[in-house]
Each structure stands twice: as structure tokens, then as C-alpha cells.
Design a protein around this ligand. Sequence first.
Ligand code: FAD
Ligand code: DLZ
Ligand code: SF4
Length: 516
Amino acid sequence: MRNLIFILGDQLSFNISSLQDFDKKSDQIIMAELNDEANYAPHHKKKLVLFFSSMRRFKIDIEKQGFVVHYKKLNDPDNCHSFDQELLKYYQKLRPQKVIVTEPSEYRVLQIFNNFFSKNNIDNEIRNDHRFICSHHEFTNFAKDKKTLLLENFYHLMRKKTRILMTTKNSKNSTLVPVGGKWNYDSDNRQKMPPEITPPKLLNIPRHKIVDEVIAMVEKNFSKNFGSLDNFNFATSADEAKQCFADFLKHRLPNFGQYQDAMRDDVDFGFHSIISAYINIGLLDPLECCKEVENAYHEDKCDLASAEGFIRQILGWREYIRGIYWHFSPKYQTLNYFSHNRKLPDFYWDENKTQMNCLKTAISHTRQNAYSHHIQRLMITGNFALLAEIDPVEVEAWYLGVYIDAIEWVESPNTRGMALYADGGIVASKPYCSSGNYINKMSNFCKNCYYDVKQSSGEKACPFNYLYWNFLIKNQELLKNNGRLFYPYSNLKRKAVSEIEAIKESSQNFFKKIKI
Ligand code: FAD
Ligand code: DLZ
Ligand code: SF4
């Protein structure tokens, strides 16, 4: 036998680099459902169903094309339950000349493979993951000699590289310029969603029998895990994921831009695409998605603000986050700029234990759907974890578990960097902290809340209000020179000593009340 190829659970693409030059006569594949991977984070039940169902269906699809696959199911009696032990077993059985794997997307898993290869002295090839648009080398070049790694500059590079939404200056000058004359249309994109707007339902995906089998297995093996298995409606094959994306292009993309930051307690998915998990595990190709959105714009199916806003998320944010992860890991996962060390409140696992309607809603959506959109993750659960001084390790464990799309490379810079500013400003130019005012502006949560968003002290005051000032007071030395916090710190200077004491006291009482 020539090559043995290990395909990991987030590498479910026919054109994954480990399969390039595959010889059907002399090469074979292994895939494995593993307890180590199912248990290293407190995964939502729906996330486990997505991974195992998609892996099983990928195996069948690829076998139909004549590939030989050795597939280990979770409950198979001879399952070794770890990447290295499973690989060792097949290596000893099949004796391939070489083992090939596309670079694991997580540092932890890359270490497992590297250690395995060097310990057992096995000829191996770890190939670049070409599904990402920016290579490690390109990101290193971008980051070289820079004090700050601004997303906007990186995004321009990616636009130029892919020529997406780019045009030439005129017929005589071939310099590339952004379509419409501006790189970024974010300022058109920040509206509240009025009650009369009803976002269309997500495409209904007929239940495949493999999904039913896996749901039964997850219900049995992971009954204590967080999350509801009701109404599982995620795609688990490339064909289904493509249908979901086509449905987004037709029904939600035209409103994506204007409502992408809006939140409402009766709206679960809004006008978002709900494709992050599909891209992350290989069912959709990120560049193809960007090209399809660009085409939709050129065919007048959406405006430029929506098209650019969407493309920036993938071409800009997603690639940038991945670059940050590999540039700074594993040190990144230890950064704790504010030395926060409180434990995660119990209500992150049970929304009925809080009276804060914004958190109740975001956590309830998360329990139901294994999904909440970016602003809920950033400005509700993330904002609260920052202001409540929660240990980033605890916060990361929660995010890594509960979201359908969570894999460390993308979860970690978003959580530790963007939401918690625990990296001291590598990803975000200022902490994304806010009082209840922002939440009230972008949602209808405050109307039905036990707390009063207009009050800043006392039993009924919105906790975001005093926690926000408490955070700024406590971290004044670290943050006062940040130009983007000039206004809040100017306002703080105007506060009377008695008001500052009241803020501190309300915050301490609140921490006691929620037992953290
Ligand atoms: P849309 O809003 O429709 O956006 C389109 C696509 O852009 C997404 O599918 C995704 O692929 C990409 N994208 C958008 N924002 C980001 C971003 N900040 N980083 C990377 N890709 C982005 N995304 C994950 O895929 N996995 C995670 O574990 C994850 N954890 C997050 C944790 C926090 C605290 C925050 C603030 C954000 C996190 N994100 C994560 C980013 C973002 O919230 C999700 O990608 C998005 O909500 C997925 O929903 P969607 O597919 O409907 O995205
Ligand atoms: C997230 C996950 C889960 C739940 N299960 C498996 C699995 O059984 N087998 C597998 O190959 N991958 C799984 N994954 C994804 C991995 O934890 C990990 O995120 C990827 O291998 C990327 O490094
Ligand atoms: Fe959240 Fe405060 Fe509004 Fe209640 S009042 S929903 S706690 S922001």
C-alpha cells in the first residue's frame, strides 16, 4: 500500500489537499468518530449530531466514487477513541509507505499528529489546507513589522488577491479599485429590525436516516450534554449545504446588510446565512460562497452594502481570525490582559436562572439552536462575560462547546480577543464593552426585562449599566490612553465620588447575588 490518508471531522471536502493525487488502487482513507474529540469540550448535542452525521455521509459519498475508506463509528468495539491510537492501529495493519493528512485546523490536533509521527518515526506529509484563502506565509508577511494588525488592511489585501468586488480604474488605467468606490459599507448596515419585518424561515431539510441514527446515539451517549436535539435542521451533506446557501442568496441576502446587527427576542436567525458550520467542516467552500454573493450583486439581486458586508465577513474576518490563531498560538490561549478570574455564572448553562432578558434570550436561542448570531455572541454573552470579569478559560470552554460552528481556531480569537479583549488589543482596537443602552438600541430585549435599562443604581437597575462603569473604573490604568475610549473616560471624570462608590457597591452586590 502506498498512502494512508487521515480525513478529520472538519475536512469533509472532496477537494481537500490530502486527497489530491489520490490513487484509488494503492491509497486508502481512514476516518474516525472519537470519544477524545467528542469530550474535549462540552459540545452541544446538535453539534455532535452535525459532526458524526456529516462524517458518515461523507464516507458514503466518497466510497461511491471508488475510494476505499476505513471508518470507525463511535460505538464500534475496537474504537481506540484518539487520533494517534486509531492511526497507529491502521498503520500497523496496513503498513503504508506514507501517512498523509491535511494540516489540522487546531494547534492541539496538529501537536497530536506531529508527536505521533516523530515518536513512531513514520514517513508523513502534512499538507497545507487550500480551503483557506490566505496561507500562513501570506499572513506572516502581512503581520511582519506591524505594531497593529488591522482587519481593514488585511481585508484590502484579500480583496486584491481574489479580485472579488474589484474593478479597474478605467479603460486606460488597470489599477484595481473597489467596486462602488468604497472598500467598506458598514455604516449603512446598523439598523434595528422593526416588529413588522418577519425574516423568512430557514430551508427545511428532509431528515436523512443517518441523522436519525446519530440523534439516537447522541441522545443515549451524551444525554447530559448541553442543548436541545429538537427540530434538528442542519445540512449534513455538501448538496444540502448548497441548497441552504442558495436559499440564503434568494431570501435573506438582500436584507443581510441592514439587519446584521439587529436582535429581537422572537427572531432566531434573522437574515443571517447560517453557513459558518458548513464552511468550517468542509461542506461549503468559502471562496465559492464569496463569488456567488458577488454574482448576486452583479445580477442586481442585492445591493452593494449587503454583498460587501457579507463578503467582508468571510474574506476579511474569517481569514484574519485564522491568521491570528496560527500567528499567536499556543500562547494566545493563555492571554488574560485584565487578569479576570471569576467563574462562569450557572445561568450560562440554564437561562432560567437569570432575570436579564437579553442573556436569557441569547442563551435560550443557543440551547435550542446551537446558534446565535454575531452580535448576540459579542454584545450579550461576550459583553457580560467581560464586564463580569469571568476567567477567559471558562468563557472559551463555553463558546467552544455550545456553538455548532465552534472549532478552536475560529472560536478562540473571537472569544478571547474580540469579545474579552484578553489579548490586550491584538484583534480589537478597544474592548467591545457597552452599557444597557446599546442593547436597548439594537433589540427589543429591554421591554420585557425585570431590570430597568434607564436606571444605573439600585435593585432594579440594569446590571450592564453599573458593570460597564465598574469595568472602566477598575481598568483605568490599562485603558485610559486608548483614544477610542476618550469619551467614556471623559464622562467618568465628571462622575461624583458618591456615584463611583455606588457603581462599585452595586457591582459587588451583583457578583455576590449571582455567586461568582
Ligand atoms: P453570517 O453573519 O451570515 O456571516 C457569514 C459568514 O462570515 C459566517 O458564516 C462565517 O463563516 C463568517 N464570519 C463572520 N464573522 C466572522 C468572525 N468574526 N470570525 C470568523 N468568521 C466569521 N464563528 C465560527 O465560525 N465559529 C466560532 O466558534 C465562532 N465563535 C465566535 C465567538 C464570539 C465571541 C464571537 C463574537 C463570534 C464568533 N464567531 C464564530 C463569528 C460569528 O459570530 C459566526 O461566524 C457567525 O455568527 C455565524 O453565523 P452565520 O453563518 O449566520 O454568519
Ligand atoms: C469536533 C469534532 C467532534 C465532536 N468529533 C470528531 C470526531 O469524532 N472525529 C474527528 O475526526 N473530528 C471530530 N471533531 C473535530 C475535531 O475535534 C477537530 O476540531 C478537528 O480535527 C480539527 O483539528
Ligand atoms: Fe439586558 Fe439590561 Fe436590557 Fe435587561 S434591561 S434586557 S439586563 S440590557
